[in-house]
Design a protein around this ligand. Structure first.
Ligand SMILES: Cc1cc2nc3c(=O)[nH]c(=O)nc-3n(C[C@H](O)[C@H](O)[C@H](O)COP(=O)(O)OP(=O)(O)OC[C@H]3O[C@@H](n4cnc5c(N)ncnc54)[C@H](O)[C@@H]3O)c2cc1C
Length: 212
């Protein structure tokens, strides 16, 4: 386990980096801080906004404000003075111009990744396959939600080799990407997508014409 994971004291669940969705707040080893549920720490030990849902982030901000912090970036040395599930800060009408949370980042990235497979050649050359393999390798290291990146990288590197990118052509790659997305869906307890329809969702539009 890395130093950063030790600091975050992650729960042993399907999503090993993430604190449980329910239950008490997380207490850090130094005894200084209780973080609201769902808040993920970055590798420097500070809360990672890109790894955390907007709701958990608001609870963290509220906690920092409650103790009179003037910082806009809550730190892990904050001591909570109230329970994180009580009153919430009113939300602005539109939050399109705020930094993304883990979900907004994820939605945008899946749009990009599925579009990448939708525009992939029907039959890819060796060079195209090699470029995509390199991209996925780098992507899985640099994705800004580091806990997501770690899990994605580990999934791709599953020892049997069954999750290695399938890059021979669009159909294979699109289905592989759909399976990769479903892996995250499962981990988050979301409904799986039927991969027979990935191309209608991301390339051609639905057969009933509602995307035309
Ligand atoms: C590589 C990666 C790893 C991630 N890991 C985590 C993580 O560990 N923890 C975390 O909290 N969040 C993670 N996320 C974000 C998470 O996957 C979601 O993007 C986020 O929770 C928002 O979910 P959503 O329900 O709005 O829809 P999303 O899951 O973002 O999906 C967007 C749209 O894609 C379509 N879709 C859904 N599933 C599939 C599929 N299998 N194939 C094709 N299309 C599909 C649906 O139309 C859906 O509306 C990750 C994102 C990425 C890109």
């Amino acid at each position: 386990m890395s130093t950063h994971e030790a600091q975050a004291s992650p729960a042993k669940n399907l999503f090993p980096h993430q604190t449980p969705a329910t239950g008490s707040s997380e207490e850090l080893k130094d005894g200084m801080t209780k973080l609201p549920n769902g808040v993920i720490l970055d590798k420097d030990g500070k809360p990672c906004r890109l790894c955390t849902s907007a709701a958990s982030w608001r609870n963290l901000t509220k906690q920092a404000k409650a103790q009179g912090s003037t910082s806009t970036t809550p730190t892990t040395t904050s001591k909570p003075t109230s329970d994180s599930t009580t009153t919430s800060i009113p939300l602005p009408q539109s939050r399109d111009d705020c930094p993304p949370d883990v979900e907004a980042l994820g939605r945008s990235t899946w749009t990009f990744l599925h579009s990448l497979s939708a525009s992939y050649p029907v039959k890819a050359s060796q060079e195209q396959q090699s470029e995509m393999r390199t991209f996925l390798k780098i992507f899985s290291r640099l994705y800004p939600c580091w806990v997501c990146a770690d899990d994605f990288r580990n999934w791709m590197a599953e020892p049997s080799g069954r999750n290695e990118p399938r890059l021979s052509g669009r159909a294979d790659f699109g289905t592989w990407m759909c399976e990769a997305h479903n892996e995250v869906n499962r981990k988050l307890g979301k409904k799986e997508f039927d991969c027979r329809f990935w191309e209608e969702r991301w390339r051609t539009g639905w057969k009933n014409g509602r995307c035309d």
